[in-house]
Design a protein around this ligand. Structure first.
Ligand SMILES: NC(=O)c1ccc[n+]([C@@H]2O[C@H](COP(=O)([O-])OP(=O)(O)OC[C@H]3O[C@@H](n4cnc5c(N)ncnc54)[C@H](OP(=O)(O)O)[C@@H]3O)[C@@H](O)[C@H]2O)c1
Length: 290
């Protein structure tokens, strides 16, 4: 249809599929590719064109959006594409250094690149209320704004390549640390026999309270981490990326290393695929999760 903005969506995992659904509902054309084609079905049912190869998704598109697990996957998928005159928006959480490298590679291939990590998960993507953080050329950000505003009413340009990802990692370090701190305190309260609700009332009435505590409390009490929007494996990835970025900035990261060890011990276990608040199982006094 003339005038319809078309997006090549590379990666239809948890977040990518929700972004694709939002863009379709906003009237955009979506040409989607995913390594495992069975994960294209839901978007295709909503009107997306499912593609067999990443390059096929790029044919005639206005923008390329990547929502892949990590930097290595993003680079390997983009290497399969002709990026001449393509404008690439990278939305996964990858290392700032990997993003700067992608900028160089895509520039050398004749394309343009903006890093655009997001805060928020599937519900926010579906309702267009993600928090979009951009970094890269200001002119490209201006071009991308009408598209990005479909996902966040007020996308922010934070600086040169790397700046948005450092900000994103700073935020995700808080997800890990707050969840860990709450989990340990909750375990102690439960072990002591004090009513959890008394503890929560005290916490809610204090400056220590964070909304994520009540958001995750039902999962922690029920020991139910099914149907994740953001799995533990990605939280571990992001914490390790944070540690590497912080070390490069000369920060003392010793206080955080124990948490990274705890998450790393769960690698390969069923916890990897569960909601990240399954961290509460890792802080339990027994290692019954392993
Ligand atoms: N979920 C969230 O709430 C959320 C929020 C903010 C940021 N993020 C970030 O967004 C990115 C995607 O997250 P997600 O939750 O959508 O993850 P996901 O459900 O695990 O999906 C990962 C995607 O990457 C693809 N992939 C992985 N390795 C690949 C490889 N070697 N080659 C090609 N494709 C590969 C997967 O393909 P297959 O389907 O074939 O495995 C899938 O499309 C991550 O960087 C994550 O940290 C996620």
């Amino acid at each position: 249809m003339a005038g319809t903005v078309t997006v090549a969506l590379l990666g239809t995992g948890l977040l990518g599929a929700a972004i694709g659904q939002r863009l379709l509902e906003q009237g955009l054309g979506v040409q989607a590719w995913n390594r495992s084609p069975e994960r294209l079905g839901a978007l295709a049912a909503l009107g997306a064109i499912g593609c067999r190869e990443p390059q096929q998704a790029l044919e005639g598109c206005d923008w390329v959006i990547t929502v892949l697990s990590d930097g290595a996957a993003t680079r390997s998928v983009l290497q399969r594409c002709d990026l001449q005159d393509q404008r690439v928006l990278q939305m996964g959480t990858i290392a700032p250094a990997e993003s700067r490298e992608l900028g160089t590679v895509i520039g050398a291939a004749g394309g343009d690149y903006l890093e655009v990590p997001v805060l928020g998960s599937r519900p926010e993507a579906l309702s267009g209320s993600l928090q979009v953080m951009a970094a890269g050329p200001a002119a490209l950000f201006e071009q991308a704004l009408p598209l990005l505003k479909r996902l966040d009413p007020e996308p922010r340009l934070l600086g040169p390549l790397g700046a948005a990802l450092e900000t994103k990692l700073a935020l995700n370090q808080l997800i890990a640390s707050l969840t860990h701190a709450f989990s340990l305190s909750l375990h102690l309260v439960q072990s002591s026999g004090v009513e959890v609700e008394h503890f929560m009332e005290l916490l809610r009435g204090s400056a220590l309270y964070a909304p994520t505590f009540d958001k995750k409390l039902p999962r922690l009490l029920a020991d139910n981490y099914d149907q994740p929007n953001f799995p533990t494996a990605h939280l571990r990835k992001d914490l390790l990326l944070f540690l590497a970025a912080a070390r490069q900035r000369g920060l003392d990261t010793r206080g955080l290393r124990g948490l990274a060890e705890l998450l790393s011990a769960a690698e390969g276990s069923a916890i990897d695929g569960l909601d990240y608040s399954a961290l509460h199982r890792l802080t339990a006094k027994t290692a019954a999760w392993s």
